[in-house]
Ligand binder design. Structure first.
Ligand SMILES: N[C@@H](CCC(=O)N[C@@H](CS)C(=O)NCC(=O)O)C(=O)O
Ligand SMILES: *[C@@H]1O[C@H](CO)[C@@H](O)[C@H](O)[C@H]1NC(C)=O
Ligand SMILES: *[C@@H]1O[C@H](CO)[C@@H](O)[C@H](O)[C@H]1NC(C)=O
Length: 233
């Protein structure tokens, strides 16, 4: 082998060894009925958003939740997505994963001040209850409205993001949930976030137009397909 060949060979060998180990492996939900497309799991998207905002290279594995591959259940007996491989160990749960990412990749910091960490935390559950409700006078819409109004009040005082001028972890957790709310309520109930919640509306626009969000959001049709059996069982 000539010196030149040896050099090329070493470069190829090195890059084939280092590139895959540098990218974090992450398992996320595949689309319902379209296992080659990114699915709608808000916890998976939260992790992808964190990776994108921190510019951490990653390699995605799309997991068909309705037909989980054997290798996936072997690395992750709990069977839920997302899971990320850190130093050879697969770690489930978006809360745990995002905390590890913050420690390992502190820049840019996405730490949310403790006093704001639970802002909006009841919105997703109240959205799901309202979405599934078949009785217009059961109060589920009012419960959602009061959670959204609380967010409105917070953003009016502290916005545009939950902790001010800079996006942080709590926004990345809320963004996929608000996207579900927006798309699913419009589709299944012809319901929109009321116009008087101007700060919430602006917040949603701001989140949904970020490059990280556009890159990691499921297509609307996949989100709707995933909710359909839960809305009309
Ligand atoms: N607390 C978990 C929730 C994860 C979760 O519920 N994932 C759903 C998809 S969005 C899942 O994997 N469901 C499949 C199953 O439970 O079999 C997190 O924050 O990561
Ligand atoms: C809807 O909910 C209200 C309040 O709980 C109840 O009074 C009413 O009977 C319900 N209507 C139907 C059709 O179930
Ligand atoms: C917005 O309007 C709804 C009625 O559509 C009302 O229930 C709610 O209290 C209003 N919220 C704010 C913050 O003005």
């Amino acid at each position: 082998m000539t010196t030149m060949n040896l050099l090329i060979f070493s470069v190829l060998l090195l890059s084939s060894l280092t590139i895959p180990t540098m990218a974090l492996e992450v398992c996320v939900k595949a689309a319902v009925g379209a296992p080659d497309h990114l699915g709608d799991c808000p916890f998976s998207q939260r992790v992808l958003l964190t990776l994108e905002e921190k510019k951490v290279p990653y390699q995605m594995h799309l997991i068909d939740i309705s037909n989980k591959p054997k290798w996936f259940l072997e690395i992750n007996p709990g069977g839920k997505v997302p899971v990320v491989k850190f130093d050879g160990r697969w770690v489930p749960d978006s809360d745990v994963i995002t905390q590890i990412l913050e420690k390992k990749y502190p820049k840019p910091s996405l730490v949310t001040p403790a006093e704001y960490a639970s802002v909006g935390s009841k919105i997703f559950a109240s959205f799901v209850t309202f979405l599934k409700s078949k009785n217009a006078s059961d109060g589920t819409e009012q419960v959602l409205m009061s959670e959204l109004s609380a967010l409105e009040k917070h953003l009016k005082a502290h916005g545009p993001y939950v902790s001010g001028e800079k996006i942080s972890a709590v926004d990345l957790s809320l963004a996929p949930k608000l996207y579900h709310l927006d798309v699913a309520l419009r589709h299944f109930k012809n319901w929109n976030v009321p116009r008087n919640l101007t700060h919430v509306k602006k917040y949603m626009k701001l989140l949904f137009s970020r490059e990280s969000f556009v890159k990691t959001a499921a297509k609307k049709k996949y989100l709707i397909a995933a909710w359909a059996p839960k809305v009309n069982p």
